[in-house]
Design a protein around this ligand. Structure first.
Ligand code: ACO
Length: 318
């Protein structure tokens, strides 16, 4: 018993915030942002638009792409760091918005690695034979947790959602997944706030040691890619598409270089939407699947790293 992706979908909110728009908000420049991060624009959710709203749009597109009806879904997992509310989970809210009854629904919180964690979890559930069709979504509204006066972080992030439909299969789709975490680094990248006594205690904004994150990301993205490739007795040259977390083009380029994977085989979308955390991998996957780059039987390596630190990879046969 295996699981296989049979549909993908994504959604970006209408409003676009360009680097030139940011020049009017903080002391930055289009040139600085593009050369340091590769980002030229990001999408920003409308007032009142929640992670579940972005997720609904991405989910409908994935369901249509998979040729499935919502009521055929029997498991929902949402990866998000920016849930609609403290509880219920965004997955439960999404379930209700999709009109699905009774199936298990829960959130996974692994920050930018969230989608890989959620995919690995859904894969494990499907392999038990108890669940047939899982909806796995990454959905984020980072514009709510970014300090728009802090130029060192606000230029990096954006809002969006990506979704996949994972179904039971006798042919392997997900070959293996590899998850890791090291809580020693919890201070390096965090939103160090909580709700207590009706107030936010600490800070409600993203706080980051950029250089430490950069070095750690490149190191573990190389390691976990090799772990996945070796476990499947493959070589890096067998990988048809590397789809890494879309945080920063320099992290992506350095990782690809260390792995010896040419950039022609790396899917990059970070320029168009910035770092959308748990949404970035399914967003990039959807774009590459729909434009025909990702083809049947190819090896596709998804990998992510994020706050925690958490990191992980999933190797797929498409
Ligand atoms: N515009 C203009 N100048 C800026 C900006 C900005 N938006 N932000 C910082 N600077 C300045 C700094 O103040 C500093 O000025 P100084 O030299 O006068 O002190 C100068 O630029 C250089 O700052 P650095 O932090 O050294 O710049 P660096 O080249 O390291 O780039 C960056 C910073 C882009 C954040 C980089 O460290 C990085 O990409 N880190 C990874 C972070 C990341 O991707 N996080 C996303 C979340 S984690 C994840 O998804 C994996």
């Amino acid at each position: 018993m295996y699981s296989r992706i049979i549909g993908t979908g994504s959604y970006l909110p209408e409003k676009v915030l360009t680097n030139h728009d940011l020049e009017k908000m903080v002391d930055t420049s289009d040139e600085w942002i593009r050369t340091r991060t590769g980002i030229s624009q990001r999408h920003i959710a409308a007032d009142g638009q929640l992670a579940s709203d972005l997720a609904v749009n991405a989910s409908h597109r994935a369901l249509e792409n998979a040729n499935l009806k919502a009521d055929e879904i029997d498991l929902i997992i949402v990866a998000t760091t920016t849930p609609d509310m403290v509880f219920p989970s965004t997955a439960c809210i999404l379930q209700n918005k999709l009109g699905i009854k009774q199936c298990p629904a829960f959130d996974v919180q692994a920050v930018c690695s969230g989608f890989v964690y959620a995919l690995a979890t859904a894969d494990a559930f499907i392999r038990t034979g108890k669940y047939r069709n899982a909806l796995v979504v990454g959905s984020e509204i980072y514009s709510n947790i970014v300090d728009w006066k802090d130029r060192s972080t606000c230029v990096l992030f954006g809002d969006g959602a990506g979704a996949v439909i994972l179904t039971q299969s006798d042919q392997p789709g997900i070959l293996s997944s590899h998850l890791h975490a090291d809580g020693n680094f919890s201070d390096v990248l965090a939103v160090p706030g909580s709700i207590c006594d009706g107030k936010v205690q600490g800070s409600p904004f993203v706080n980051m040691e950029g250089n430490t994150v950069f070095k750690f990301a490149v190191k573990v993205l190389e390691e976990v890619a090799i772990e996945a490739i070796e476990e499947n007795n493959l070589q890096t040259t067998d990988i048809d598409w590397l789809i890494p977390h879309q945080a920063n083009i320099r992290i992506i380029r350095s990782t690809a270089k260390k792995l010896g994977i040419p950039m022609e085989k790396v899917v990059t979308t970070v320029d168009k939407h910035g770092n959308t955390s748990a949404a970035s991998i399914p967003l990039a996957l959807d774009i590459a699947a729909r434009d025909g780059r990702v083809q049947s039987d190819q090896y596709v390596l998804l990998e992510g790293v994020g706050g925690g630190f958490t990191w992980g990879a999933a190797l797929l046969r498409w």
